[in-house]
Ligand binder design. Structure first.
Ligand code: ATP
Length: 210
């Protein structure tokens, strides 16, 4: 069975960095990839756009292709969006199907601060996506977990349901939503850093303009 990969984020707004790495992860893992926007991210400031606006942006960005889909379950859940709760739900739904949590290098380095983080390895594999431009330091506690679990070949992940970590060499794009929000707030037009679908409806970028 093809693995199911989950790529969570605030997507405030979704940009070409997100889409490129999600797309390439789907190829490298031969997996179904779902983008999963979070309503109330526990580890960061409140997003600039509302949950509904961010979801509408994702829908517009993904129009016209079927490789990447949206799973909006965290948007429908009240309270903080803990990844471990989402993965428990997915595990109950998917039986023994391999699950892969996709994380950019920066998000992966922050993993030991997540709610019940060690439990994640019982529920899912982790695919770490290379991300340029950020200085990321992995703590010793994280390194210990990596050493035991690392596999080199992404295909190995399809042979068991959970527990491995693989580094996915995806095309490096130094793009962040922070930078895009700064550009929009200063009146600039980051036309080619964003998927074309976000320009189809002026309301989608309105929350970021001053
Ligand atoms: P912000 O700048 O607001 O923090 P962001 O661009 O990092 O946003 P998020 O929605 O916070 O985007 O990130 C969701 C996931 O996407 C995280 O795992 C993050 O590491 C990853 N990610 C975002 N941009 C890139 C990129 N250019 N390359 C690789 N991974 C990325």
């Amino acid at each position: 069975m093809k693995p199911l990969a989950i790529f969570g984020g605030t997507f405030d707004p979704v940009h070409i960095g997100h889409l490129t790495v999600a797309w390439e992860a789907s190829e490298l893992l031969d997996a179904e990839v779902r983008l999963m926007p979070s309503r109330t991210p526990p580890h960061r400031a409140t997003p600039c756009a509302s949950a509904e606006q961010r979801l509408a942006g994702l829908r517009a960005a993904l129009a016209g292709q079927s490789r990447l889909t949206i799973d909006d379950r965290e948007m429908r859940r009240e309270g903080p969006s803990y990844t471990v709760d989402t993965l428990r739900e997915l595990r109950a739904e998917q039986g023994d199907r391999p699950l892969v949590l996709l994380l950019g290098e920066d998000a992966f380095a922050g993993l030991p601060a997540w709610h019940e983080w060690r439990e994640l390895f019982r529920l899912t594999h982790i695919g770490v996506l290379s991300r340029p431009g950020l200085s990321v330091v992995r703590s010793e506690i994280l390194w210990r977990e990596i050493t035991e679990r690392r596999v080199a070949n992404p295909v190995v992940l399809s042979h068991c349901p959970a527990g491995a970590i693989v580094e996915l060499r995806v095309t490096a794009l130094e793009v962040s939503a922070t930078r895009i929000r700064e550009l929009l707030a200063s009146g600039r037009d980051p036309r080619y850093l964003l998927p074309a679908g976000l320009f189809a409806d002026p309301a989608l970028l309105q929350p970021y303009r001053r």
